[in-house]
Design a protein around this ligand. Structure first.
Ligand SMILES: *Cc1c(COP(=O)(O)O)cnc(C)c1O
Length: 474
């Protein structure tokens, strides 16, 4: 056998064994990490040797050295942040993406990758209930999907105002106003910063107790003298509560003022894939652009996000670039005309594989299943002593808080108690949760995004809370 082939065979074999043992550990092993920062620095922070090592040894050592610092975040009892798992077909396709090592920049450079993105892009629009005519881009995550969509918004709004932003930049351009909920995700602000639309252009709209913005406040903002060009940012799935804005009322209103409506649907847009939850995104199809993730709720590996733009011409005008040394196909889709990157990973393969593994019904069941488990978890938690429910899940996100049982305890005691309970649960290695500050109060987030999570995992998690909440001294 050719020497390089035998090296691949032995090295990939070791990786395969480690991948399987990680998957096995997810069922029973700890959800958190065991090694400290110092341990990891000691294990990994050795000087780079003068001489290289055999690849088998590199991979074996790497896998052993990182072991204590790999979270069980791909497992069924990981409920922290908003983190999905990984479907077998998606993982295998992701490995092959590395094996094929295609540069998915233009069709000529990676023909199959280009066609897979064309096909999977159309499937995604169908599943998410977006217009068939919308353009799309496979990007690294929802953060870059915002950048992509808002670059299109900037192009269209300034073109309407007689300004060529790609040529002239923003020096001297009419300002673009941004209307957004005060509960927006921080990735929106970073996207605006990168696009030269500073955060001082953002007008905060207050949210009601259900974390939704109102027609009245939007109407008032326009009547207070905001003139076009304006972007209205709406939320499909608030990061803390999973709440949805009232798209059916808000979008037509914003459109009557010629605003561009962008939807942050990092995970919430997937509600459209489930017949039981589809009513939550009613009217969202009328927006101008949508950003969502594959690596959260679709359970494809990181990194994978999707941008969709109703006005494909604006999208392409914002990102289009042609280089004389590249070959731009005239029939097939050249990805770099739609994405902010140049050379890029062929990240369409895992999405294509995930959608094929699940089928339309499988996607619907994945979404509905996670929502069911989130609801069940919050309902069972609420029956335990000292648990206050702050937000009952409408989809896969919920919020609770743990009350300090001592009489006369203050808000800050409840905050401490909430942090202590989260820490105690995570320390068991049985389940993993993260906290947040919600309208000034400490809370614990319940986020269910993994295809593997079962009702048994919920029960097992509840038993941990039960034990901890009943024991003194937490
Ligand atoms: C995760 C998240 C983002 C950012 O997405 P990335 O994929 O991490 O870039 C934006 N908005 C919301 C609501 C999110 O949950």
């Amino acid at each position: 056998m050719d020497n390089s082939i035998s090296q691949f065979q032995s090295t990939l074999g070791i990786a395969f064994q480690h991948a399987l043992s990680y998957q096995t550990s997810l069922a029973s092993g700890p959800t958190g990490t065991i090694a400290s920062y110092k341990d990891l620095r000691t294990e990994l922070g050795q000087p780079l040797g003068e001489r290289g090592l055999p690849p088998e040894e590199v991979v074996r050592e790497l896998a052993n050295a990182v072991a204590g610092g790999i979270l069980g975040s791909s497992g069924p009892r990981f409920f922290g942040w908003v983190i999905g798992g990984c479907l077998p077909a998606a993982m295998a396709a992701d490995w092959l993406t590395s094996a094929w090592d295609q540069n998915a920049v233009v069709y000529a450079c990676a023909p199959a990758a280009a066609v897979v993105e064309e096909v999977a892009g159309a499937w995604l629009k169908e599943i998410l209930g977006l217009p068939e005519s919308a353009s799309f881009a496979f990007v690294s995550g929802c953060q870059m999907a915002h950048v992509t969509c808002l670059a299109a918004a900037r192009h269209a709004l300034l073109e309407e105002a007689g300004w060529d932003v790609e040529r002239n930049g923003l020096y001297g351009a009419p300002p673009i106003h941004i209307l957004s909920s005060d509960q927006r995700h921080g990735s929106i602000e970073r996207a605006l910063r990168l696009l030269g639309m500073g955060n001082s252009q953002v007008i905060d709209l207050p949210t009601d107790p259900a974390t939704r913005i109102s027609c009245r406040d939007i109407e008032r903002a326009f009547q207070d003298g905001i003139s076009a060009p304006t972007v209205l940012l709406l939320q499909a799935g608030d990061i803390n509560t999973g709440a949805f804005d009232d798209f059916a009322s808000l979008i037509p209103l914003a459109k009557s003022y010629k605003a561009w409506v962008h939807v942050d649907g990092a995970f919430g847009l997937w509600a459209s894939a489930s017949p039981r939850h589809r009513h939550l995104t009613k009217g969202v199809v009328a927006a101008d652009s949508w950003a969502t993730d594959g690596h959260k709720w679709l359970n494809v590996p990181f990194d994978c996000g999707y941008a969709f733009v109703a006005n494909g011409r604006a999208h392409r005008s914002a990102l289009m670039h042609r280089a004389p040394y590249l070959t731009h196909d005239t029939v097939a889709r050249n990805q770099m005309e739609w994405t902010p990157e140049w050379s890029r990973r062929a990240r369409g393969f895992p999405t294509y594989a995930a959608l094929r593994q699940l089928g339309r019904n499988g996607v619907a069941e994945l979404i509905a299943g996670c929502c069911k488990h989130a609801a069940s978890m919050v309902a069972q938690l609420s029956a335990l002593p000292g648990v206050e429910v702050l937000a009952k899940p409408s989809i896969n996100q919920g919020l609770v808080r743990f009350l300090d049982p001592r009489s006369g305890s203050s808000e800050s005691d409840h905050d401490c108690r909430t942090r202590a309970v989260i820490e105690a649960v995570n320390a068991t290695g049985e389940a993993f949760f993260t906290g947040t500050t919600w309208y000034g109060r400490q809370a614990m987030r319940i986020s269910v995004c993994n295809w593997k999570t079962s009702e048994e995992d919920v029960k097992r998690t509840i038993r941990v809370f039960d034990r901890i909440l009943r024991c003194e001294g937490v």
